[in-house]
Design a protein around this ligand. Structure first.
Ligand SMILES: [Zn+2]
Length: 240
């Protein structure tokens, strides 16, 4: 394909210091511009990166995540809980999801793929409550850390977070990662209950909890690519 036929959206970010290019599942190329760069420069910027753009677009297409491709998965594998689900689809008047043992039955009106994606994302959050919360409670109990609340969400940019009131949020996408790495993310957030920053006391405590913490942090930097695109899509992105 010709690289110029890839859909492009341009946004501005106050905090951007340089131009960012991102290839996004379901929507194509996103260009993030700092305010000092003119939108008129975009064609030349893209021209200078066309090899990268084509290669990333080919990656999306190979995963069925390019714009215009069917974004719904046929199979969902959750390594954390060692479960595999086949997604079976049929047509219906309403968007519905029924979960059975190893099968997700998705009923959709024609053209309602994004509605199906939303239902699967909600299902994923429910799976997070089922599988991540008990492990979280065990680890918090084992290390004697008091937490006010734990919640499962489908965050866009972080695996977990800890609020000043010790409410910990975990990302349902953790279900796509191996369990030792998920344990690491949980221990990381538990350490934040006592140490709010990533300073030396925090690091020492985390290494005490998990001697492999440095290796697991390295693993996490590349782990977003292990998460399928349908978990990251939203209606807004699709509309761009
Ligand atoms: Zn942290």
């Amino acid at each position: 394909m010709h690289w110029q036929s890839i859909p492009v959206s341009v946004t501005r970010n106050r905090r951007a210091r340089k131009v960012w290019l991102r290839m996004r599942a379901g929507s194509g190329l996103e260009v993030v511009l700092p305010y000092r760069v003119s939108a008129a420069d975009v064609p030349a910027i893209l021209d200078g990166h066309r090899q990268w753009i084509l290669a990333r677009f080919a990656d999306l297409a190979a995963r069925n995540e390019a714009p215009g491709q069917d974004p719904l998965p046929r199979l969902i594998r959750l390594p954390f809980c060692d479960r595999t689900y086949h997604v079976c689809r049929d047509m219906g008047a309403r968007t519905e999801l029924r979960a059975g043992e190893g099968v997700l039955q998705l009923r959709l009106p024609p053209g309602a793929e994004m509605g199906g994606i939303s239902l699967l994302q909600r299902w994923l959050v429910d799976q997070g409550k089922r599988w991540l919360v008990p492990v979280f409670r065990d680890l918090a109990g084992h290390h004697d850390v008091e937490v006010s609340k734990v919640q499962i969400r489908n965050q866009i940019t972080c695996w977990g977070s800890c609020s000043p009131s010790s409410c910990i949020s975990l990302n349902a996408k953790l279900l796509f990662l191996p369990s030792d790495v998920v344990h690491h993310v949980i221990l990381h957030e538990l350490c934040h209950v006592q140490h709010r920053n990533h300073g030396s006391k925090f690091k020492a405590r985390l290494r005490e909890f998990n001697p492999m913490s440095d290796q697991h942090e390295d693993f996490l930097r590349k782990a977003w690519d292990m998460v399928p695109g349908w978990t990251k899509m939203n209606r807004k992105e699709r509309a761009l």
